[in-house]
Design a protein around this ligand. Structure first.
Ligand code: ADP
Length: 218
């Protein structure tokens, strides 16, 4: 069965979610109160409708509660974002992801039952700053406040050595869970796997330990 999503708010963030979900093969009902935005997405989304989602009757008539996941990407208008979340939660929508504008907005959203709260601008800022600080760290995924998975480019200091030679787990308390080599990926590499120059290591662990590894070994 095809996955079905509702995206409310078709600004830059909501709009890019719609496009990517469609590209990944999902059905998307795209909603905005602005006619021009809806027109823009008429050909992209499975269905695009104009509606004010702070109007409970309008939401009910669209049958939004039958969708498995709703994304609320209303940007600047925090009141509309909160009201929409409240109405959808009351209607019994199971999974609601909401974009938060700031920390206070996020706290309110969590209190009223938003299932996932995202901070795209804040997170992207953190990511870019991390990338700027270390040219070897290509990307990272935050697992908790203190743990991440990072993609680290192997330099000539570690290239040519096997994982067991480097003894990364014992020295730094982190694990290499995969190695990207060109088009291929080696999942759970064996201890005798030799690292090649240009390999991208997928490292999991505490941020402090990964940073220690990047500073010392690379
Ligand atoms: P971004 O920062 O992601 O570009 P914007 O603030 O530009 O976000 O976009 C938010 C969108 O949400 C706008 O297109 C706006 O028309 C829409 N929106 C705001 N309030 C409502 C509402 N009550 N119902 C439906 N859409 C709304």
């Amino acid at each position: 069965m095809k996955k079905e999503f509702v995206v409310i708010g078709l600004g830059r963030f909501g709009g890019s979610i719609v496009k990517e979900l469609v590209r990944l093969g999902a059905d998307v009902l795209a909603i905005d109160s602005n006619q021009e935005r809806v027109d823009e997405f008429a050909k992209i989304a499975t269905q695009a409708v104009i509606a004010d989602t702070t109007d409970e009757a309008a939401i009910k008539s669209l049958g939004i509660r039958n969708f498995e996941h709703v994304i609320i990407a209303i940007g600047e208008n925090i009141q509309n974002s909160i009201l929409t979340t409240l109405i959808l939660k009351d209607l019994g929508v199971k999974q609601i992801t909401v974009k938060a504008q700031n920390d206070y907005h996020a706290r309110v959203l969590e209190k009223i039952g938003a299932d996932f709260v995202v901070h795209p601008e804040r997170d992207m800022g953190i990511r870019i700053a991390n990338n700027m600080m270390s040219s070897n760290v290509l990307d990272y995924l935050e697992l908790s406040d203190e743990h991440s998975i990072m993609e680290i480019k192997a330099n000539d200091r570690i290239a040519g050595h096997s994982l067991i030679d480097l003894d990364i787990r014992a020295k730094y308390g982190i694990n290499i869970v995969g190695i990207k080599r060109g088009e291929n990926i080696i999942i759970s590499p064996a201890a005798d796997e030799k690292i090649l120059l240009g390999d991208v290591l997928l490292v999991i662990g505490a941020d402090v330990d990964i940073n220690r590894f990047v500073k010392k070994a690379m």
